[in-house]
Structure formats: C-alpha cells, structure tokens
Design a protein around this ligand. Structure first.
Ligand SMILES: Nc1nc2c(ncn2[C@@H]2O[C@H](COP(=O)(O)OP(=O)(O)OP(=O)(O)O)[C@@H](O)[C@H]2O)c(=O)[nH]1
Ligand SMILES: [Mg+2]
Length: 313
C-alpha cells in the first residue's frame, strides 16, 4: 500500500508522514495536496488567538475533549510565528496532549517559522487541508497574538475565538490590538483572577457602542476558567451556535468561497512571480541595471517597467 492509501484508510503514521511532507514543501507536495482536495471540505475550522499564556492551549484541550465526547475526530495545530525552531512543540503543549487518545481520533502538530518566512500561514492552511482530507470533523488552530501571519491563519477559520485575560489590560487595549475586528466570540479566560468581571463589562460596552449591522452575529463575551474546565461547555455551545448562524445566513459558504478564491490567486501569484524571477536568472543583467541607476541614468521604477515589458512580450 502507498502512503496515500494508508492515509485514506485512517493510518495515523501515514498522516504524520503526509503532514511533514506538506509542511516542508517537499518535491511534488502540490500534486499530493491537489489530490487531497477531493476528500476535503468537511472539517470545521476553529481558530483561537490571543496573547501569550492566555490559556489557548488549555482551552483547545478542553474543547477537544468535548468534541471527542460528541464522537467527533479532532485535529489540532498550534502556530507560533515567533519560534524559529523546527517542529517547535513546546513542552507545555506536549504535556497537554499526552492525556488525549492515541487512536487517531485526536492529533496534534505545532508549527513554527522555518526557512522562508511568510510561508507559515499557507503551510498551516495546507496542513489543515490534510487534516480535513484525513477525516477530522474539526480542526482547532491556536495562534499567538495578531501579526500578519496570525491574521492570515485566522482568516481561513470558520469561527474565531479571541482569548483574553484580566492581565492583558482593558477593553481599549484589546481594541487597539486589532482583536475586536476578528472576534466571533470573546473568551475572557482566567476568570478566577481579579478584574475579569470588569473587563467583561468594558468589553460589552465597547461592543454595544459599535454600530451593529442589521442581521449581524451578536458577538458573545464568555468568562472561562480553562484549567478547571469552567464554562468550557458554554464556549463549546457558542462555537456551535456561531457555525449554525453562519450556515443559515449563507456566510459560511460565502467565506469558504472567498478562501478558495484567495487560494487560487495565491497559487497564480506564486507561479507568475517565480516565472518572472527565473526569466531574470542572469544576475549580471540585473547588476547592469542597478549600475544605470547608480550612474543617474535611470531609476528603480523605470528599470522595473523595462524588465516587466520585456518579460510580458
Ligand atoms: N488561573 C488560571 N490559570 C490558567 C487558566 N487557564 C490556563 N491557565 C494557566 O495559564 C498557563 C498558560 O496556559 P496555556 O494554555 O499554555 O496558554 P497559551 O495561551 O496556550 O500559551 P502560549 O501558547 O504559550 O501563548 C498555564 O500554566 C495554565 O495552566 C485559568 O482559567 N485560570
Ligand atoms: Mg499554547
């Protein structure tokens, strides 16, 4: 049996092989991914984002247990754009997944920046497609903060949970951090700590004063205590309600349509870009062009224009 056949039969080791293959963009990974799309499209994608140490992993663990109890298969991805280490599974993450079943109903990977930066978001999306094709009903994606990589990752999710803690400051700071824009659900974790109620009230006021569009999803604010599973069931329920809301309003399909559109454009952009750069393979030509600018005979835009015209001819 080939690795792909074993993968399609639910072999977890084959899953690991294919995830690595896609993650490392090994030769021919696009063809393989292309084939996997045939089996994908069924997995829900739920993103959890928030400041470091907010309790995202603990919440992911809690949600995973609830999905498992509901008979669902769950894939987890932890994305850490700040860590340069390959497969940088943090000790904490390993500990947290240790007590999850090993029968393939739950699977965890952590992804860190490697090689070419900027590819982390697309690598994460690709791994999520592998999970989807493998048959995970749900993919939970954890990211830290809100940089461009995280936004790209989060953008592909059907539901986004923003996790904040009393320590992360007031509602205004949450707003400034750009977290208001991306949240479908607010989760104030570590509600056992002082300041949680105040933060919830401020956040509510902030959300209330924003002009709400007719028929928009009313963003809920939940307080959780992830370490003792406090209110995890409420979070689980809100996620389900958000998904149901999106399906009913057509937002779900529309969002997925947009994602596929973006994917096609990204593929095209990469290909054209590569083709163009390849056409400039003669470095001396580029150096000569630089010299014309140094000599005051041209400028970068004029050179770019010239090279582009020649390429497109
Ligand atoms: N007091 C309290 N501690 C919590 C709660 N939830 C998580 N923690 C603790 O907070 C610490 C960080 O939790 P994680 O789940 O690793 O947080 P994270 O957001 O995944 O952290 P990074 O991935 O490093 O950004 C751990 O020591 C948890 O046990 C909570 O509700 N209350
Ligand atoms: Mg974590």
């Amino acid at each position: 049996m080939t690795v792909l056949e074993r993968f399609l039969k639910g072999d977890v080791r084959a899953l690991s092989r294919i995830v690595s293959y896609v993650e490392n963009r090994e030769n021919g990974y696009q063809d393989l991914l292309g084939r996997l799309y045939e089996y994908a499209g069924h997995s829900l994608r739920i993103g959890l984002t928030g400041p470091p140490g907010a309790g995202k992993s603990t919440l992911v663990n809690g949600l995973t247990r609830m999905f498992l109890a509901d008979g669902k298969k769950v894939g987890m991805i932890a994305v850490d754009p700040t860590s340069p280490f390959t497969g940088g599974a943090l000790l904490g993450d390993r500990v947290r997944v240790q007590d999850l079943p090993m029968d393939g109903s739950a699977y965890f990977r952590s992804m860190a920046t490697r090689g070419a930066s900027g590819g982390l978001a697309s690598a994460t999306n690709n791994v999520a497609v592998v999970y989807d094709a493998f048959g995970f009903d749900v993919t939970l994606i954890e990211t830290v903060g809100v940089g461009q990589v995280e936004l790209d990752v989060i953008d592909s999710c059907d539901t986004v949970v923003v996790v904040i803690v009393p320590e992360s400051g007031d509602a205004v700071q949450t707003f400034k951090a750009g977290l208001m824009e991306i949240a479908d659900i607010f989760c104030i974790n570590k509600a056992d700590r002082p300041g949680a109620d105040r933060l919830a009230a401020d956040l509510k006021q902030m959300l209330d004063t924003r002009r709400t569009i007719e028929g928009a999803w009313p963003i809920p604010i939940l307080s959780t205590q992830a370490t003792n599973r406090g209110n995890i069931d409420k979070l689980y329920q809100q996620v389900a309600e958000h998904v149901a809301f999106c399906r009913k309003s057509g937002r779900f399909e529309k969002h997925r349509h947009t994602q596929l559109r973006k994917k096609i454009l990204a593929i095209l952009k990469n290909r054209f870009q590569q083709e163009f750069i390849d056409s400039l393979a003669d470095e001396s030509e580029l150096d000569a062009a630089v010299q014309t600018i140094v000599d005051g005979e041209s400028n970068p835009y004029a050179v770019g224009d010239l090279l582009y015209r020649r390429f497109s001819r």
